[in-house]
Design a protein around this ligand. Structure first.
Ligand code: NAP
Length: 305
């Protein structure tokens, strides 16, 4: 007789969370700790990370440990890896949450434009022309953090994840990274074809994106004209997750948009609290079912890439 799989949380579980010092990341750490998972809360700033740790300890949980990590600086990954490997010897969950918007936002204008659309996220280009100023430096940093940083963490921690009985990768993505926000048909088609998609193709697109950004050609070449690096980085993270899910069927790899959450990245606007925003990522991290994998979720529901 086939044996029933054990509930995921019936055994000790270990999670690494990036950008755990505030916003959604902090609440992901807190909720995982509340479920009994041992959490390695990481932050690029030691002081902010230790404050976040204190905050979680004050809410009654002692199963959280801090370690420094700047996902945009790959040299900070090996010390974290060595620490986790020595302390725990494996991980069960990697939550790639750290992210930046990659554009300079005026918080007052963001609030004004958000109110114009009834408190919803202002998806429309008309608003973003007012709200933000993109720059090449910020675009580069955005790709380095939101795409290459998450990918470097996955590559580094895969050996420890593969020692788990049920490894999970949760990539905190965004609806802004869905293909509806990429005007170019060939870009959409390339990023949406799981049969032909490769890491090399994704990264060729990002490389060309930066070149066209520098040349001022985004609109003509079919890239998003506003919050462009954020959209491209998250779309690429979604595509990479699909590639990975196909390559590694024993690992659950999913992307999730947490909804429009009141955090610093959106100047405190939003419809959900960080606690509510964290729930969807936490569910994917600890659910008992095996799979599905390679999906994009909007909060709790599967959505289109
Ligand atoms: N809020 C929303 O409405 C919304 C919607 C869709 C998706 N998301 C995604 O949700 C995730 C969390 O964002 P949030 O809303 O909680 O925003 P947030 O409050 O601004 O938090 C972002 C977190 O990422 C960290 N971070 C940024 N760059 C980093 C780096 N190089 N290395 C390590 N950590 C870094 C920040 O650390 P510092 O404190 O050091 O800056 C902070 O802890 C992001 O991936 C974002 O794209 C948010």
């Amino acid at each position: 007789m086939a044996t029933q799989p054990q509930p995921f949380l019936s055994t000790n579980r270990y999670a690494v969370v990036t950008g755990g010092n505030k916003g959604i990341g902090l609440e992901i750490c807190r909720q995982l700790a509340q479920k009994g998972v041992t959490v390695i809360l990481t932050s690029r700033d030691e002081k902010r990370g230790l404050q976040a740790l204190q905050d979680i300890e004050n809410s009654g949980f002692s199963n959280v440990i801090f370690h420094r990590l700047d996902v945009s600086d790959v040299s900070t990954i090996p010390p974290l890896f060595d620490f986790v490997n020595k302390q725990f010897g494996r991980i069960d969950i990697l939550v790639n949450n750290a992210g930046i918007l990659g554009t300079a936002v005026d918080p007052d204008i963001m609030t004004r434009e958000t109110q114009k659309v009834g408190g919803e996220f202002p998806f429309d280009e008309v608003h973003w022309k007012e709200i933000s100023k993109d720059s090449y430096e910020l675009a580069e940093e955005c790709l380095r953090t939101n795409y290459y940083g998450a990918k470097a963490m996955i590559e580094a921690f895969l050996p420890l994840l593969q020692l788990s009985t049920s490894p999970r990768i949760v990539n905190v993505s965004s609806t802004l990274g869905t293909l509806q926000f990429i005007p170019g048909e060939w870009l959409k088609k390339t990023l949406n074809d799981p049969d032909t998609l490769t890491e090399e193709k994704v990264e060729e697109i990002l490389k060309t994106f930066l070149e066209e950004f520098k040349a001022g050609n985004l609109r003509e070449k079919g890239y998003p004209p506003h919050i462009s690096a954020y959209k491209m980085a998250k779309a690429s993270l979604n595509a990479y997750s699909r590639i990975l899910a196909k390559k590694l069927p024993s690992v659950q790899v999913n992307c999730v948009c947490p909804g429009f959450v009141r955090s610093d990245i959106v100047a405190g606007n939003g419809l959900l609290s960080p606690t509510e925003g964290a729930e969807s990522a936490v569910r994917l991290a600890v659910r008992s079912e095996e799979g599905p994998t390679g999906r994009f979720y909007f909060r709790m529901e599967v959505a289109d890439f």
